[in-house]
Design a protein around this ligand. Sequence first.
Ligand SMILES: C[S@@+](CC[C@H](N)C(=O)[O-])C[C@H]1O[C@@H](n2cnc3c(N)ncnc32)[C@H](O)[C@@H]1O
Length: 322
Amino acid sequence: MLTQTLPLRHVSEFAADIRESLTKSGQRELPSKYLYDEVGSALFETICVLPEYGLTRADARLLEKHAREIVRRLPSPVQVAELGSGSGKKTRWILEALSRRQKTFYYPIEISPSALAACEKELGQIDLVSVVGHEQPYLEGLRTVAEGRLHGNNLLVLFLGSTIGNFDRGAGEEFLRSVRAILHEGDALLLGTDLEKDIHQQLLAYDDPAGVTAAFNLNLLARINRELRGDFDLKCFRHEARWNAVERRIEMHLRSTCRQHVEIRDAGLRVTLDEDESIWTESSHKYRMGEAAEMGSRTGFRCEGLWVDEEWAFSQNLLIAE
Ligand SMILES: C[S@@+](CC[C@H](N)C(=O)[O-])C[C@H]1O[C@@H](n2cnc3c(N)ncnc32)[C@H](O)[C@@H]1O
């Protein structure tokens, strides 16, 4: 088998999600969480080192520079949960700073098994850090971690890389409210948000000339072919990144270059796509300075710290549950 596939219990959920999103009236969609199979997670890692995608480097610079100060502002002792950790490379700065003052328990929460394995390997080597991965969706994983917290410990939840931007604004706020409901007063959330910047620069970050982001996007169709016996012809789709000025987000689409019929056998689905019709696969909302703190205050947090990168407008926000 070429790539890791979903366990059987998830296949029917995958098929149902694809059926629902592809047959929606109006704009067709595919859920962005399915971008991250083994190939998708590897392509995402490559995106993170592209010169055009400054977001990850900005996030990492802030963590490297301010980890000690962030840790100083946390209650003690804390256990760390990370939502959608990916490979977890940037998290090293926080764990190293924390491990100087205490033995640290770190729980990455991931739906991509290959990303989770990479994270466990990457961060499992740090002295005085114990890593236990949870292959679960965000909130389910966070509930598991919160239920198992050691007596007298607070939680630090990491939600880095502006992954919150993948939610529509309302859903993002609802998500923060759900996170808050799982936490106790005094627990912390470190939330990374990518800030609005020059539109050309933003678009290039999601449509790099080497075509890595295009491959990441197209891999979603390839994954459906592999795992749900689909017959998408990838040559008949083109990657597109669009700036939606009203919603202040980059949208990734896959545009059909001709009228075509597609069958996805394990989803019991046949669809006809018109020439130029697009499938919307991901949103990356951009934020204004102070917006994360406002979202926090509407969802039960107060802002305890804000750090902004000088090269690439990106903010790190330390929110404390009230
Ligand atoms: C945009 S990447 C960010 C990765 C990393 N945090 C970073 O900053 O580079 C989002 C990560 O979240 C994971 N993910 C997406 N949806 C998820 C969900 N519903 N539950 C858990 N993990 C999810 C993906 O597999 C992916 O690794």
